[in-house]
Design a protein around this ligand. Structure first.
Ligand code: PLP
Length: 385
């Protein structure tokens, strides 16, 4: 079988072998329901408790501030839809134009009842804290006493890798009396996360983005202010009903711990890989723009090739055994440029030729050379047609 070069780690990652081994007993032997009072159930309950403690330590939180969910989408929805006082409150929700659809569509769902503001970003995808502050300034005149202010800006963008100035943004939100949530799905396990240092109130994470299993994640809730988003049993202190995904939670904690311990090593490895890839592409004299800011997720490259077709590139690379993602997808008639590339104002000539290469800790220099070589061959062949 041909060697697969997996370079789509922002979509999902390979399961950490230690996480897999740690999960196995909770699927095959220790399969008791953690809500049951007998010893067999208590073993599962203890495993959840330990996992909560480990995860809290990895992000400098308290165990009681960690709530388990089914992943990033649920954590984002819970944070956005369930913050505030009573269901009758009037909410102002400020977010950015480049959020993941888990955030954007959750906001869209609320826009008939609440006021939603989408902040612009600069060319490199950065949200300004002054813009956030201004959008939360209702001139000191809330329209009613039950008005709540909420803001949500992602920590790192999944398409272009830009890391936001979260500490500044959270401070700006707090200065206007607003709660601050960050979707940290792409960042947790990849860069240092210290919730106290960042000053965020809520933070979403997803295990499968940091070598944990799929279908499990967590929400950090500093003030424990969220109301439950589903009705049922008393799991997660009655705030997130449903039997816990014990094996998933255990695997997530092991994966996060392993990535956290090796964070500096992984970041250095990924930075050297991305440098190699960019250098090789430049050596081939290809006309491309690298999107995103200087401060970006290590190993994530959003590259826009002039006059190219990103979807064609993706499929041709696939034929070479290379997995990447695109920033522009074709429907039957037109090429749709993603909302992120539109928001950074990327020229159409480049935008349509965008691919996302997200390298992971298992990638090598040889992988980068093969990717660069593949791109060069595809683009050279396309020019001749
Ligand atoms: N938020 C961001 C920034 C993401 O990249 C993703 C997944 O791609 C999600 C949320 C959704 O996470 P999940 O797949 O765990 O639902």
């Amino acid at each position: 079988m041909r060697h697969l070069i997996y370079a789509d780690n922002a979509a999902t990652t390979k399961l950490d072998i230690d996480a897999f081994e740690a999960m196995k007993p909770y699927l095959l032997e220790e399969y008791g329901n953690p809500s049951q009072p007998y010893l067999f159930g208590k073993k599962a309950q203890r495993a959840i408790m330990e996992a909560r403690k480990t995860i809290a330590e990895c992000i400098n939180a308290e165990p009681g501030q960690i709530f388990f969910t089914s992943g990033g989408t649920e954590s984002d929805n819970w944070a956005i839809k369930c913050y505030g006082g009573s269901p009758g409150d009037v909410r102002v929700i400020v977010t950015s134009a480049i959020e993941h659809h888990a955030v954007l569509n959750a906001c869209k769902n609320l826009d008939k009842l609440h006021s939603i503001v989408y902040l612009p970003v600069d060319k490199s995808g950065v949200v300004s804290s002054e813009d956030l502050q201004k959008s939360l300034d209702w001139h000191g005149k809330p329209i009613c006493t039950c008005m709540t202010f909420f803001s949500s800006v992602m920590l790192a963008n999944n398409e272009i890798g830009t890391i936001q100035p979260i500490k500044e943004l959270a401070t700006a939100a707090h200065s206007m009396g607003a709660c601050f949530h960050t979707d940290a799905v792409q960042a947790v396990g990849h860069i240092t996360i210290d919730v106290k240092e960042l000053g965020v109130d809520l933070l979403s994470a997803s295990a499968h983005k940091f070598n944990g299993p799929k279908g499990v994640g967590f929400l950090y809730d500093r003030g424990r202010n969220l109301y439950p988003h589903n009705d049922g049993g008393s799991q997660e202190e009655g705030r997130r009903a449903g039997t816990e995904n014990v094996a998933g939670i255990v695997g997530m904690a092991v994966a996060l711990k392993n990535n956290t311990v090796k964070l500096n090593e992984n970041m250095a490895h990924l930075s050297s890989l991305e440098d190699r890839l960019v250098t090789q592409l430049r050596n081939y004299n290809l006309d491309f723009i690298r999107n995103g800011s200087e401060n970006h997720l290590p190993g994530l490259l959003s590259l826009s090739f002039k006059g190219a077709d990103g979807e064609m590139l993706l499929h041709r690379l696939d034929l070479m055994g290379i997995c990447v993602s695109t920033g522009a997808a074709c429907d039957t008639k037109t090429t749709q440029v993603s909302h992120v590339l539109k928001a950074i104002g990327l020229n159409e000539e480049y935008a349509k030729g965008t691919i996302r290469i997200s390298l992971g800790k298992n990638n090598t220099i040889e992988d980068c050379d093969a990717i660069a070589d593949g791109i060069m061959k595809i683009l050279t062949a396309a020019k001749k047609v």
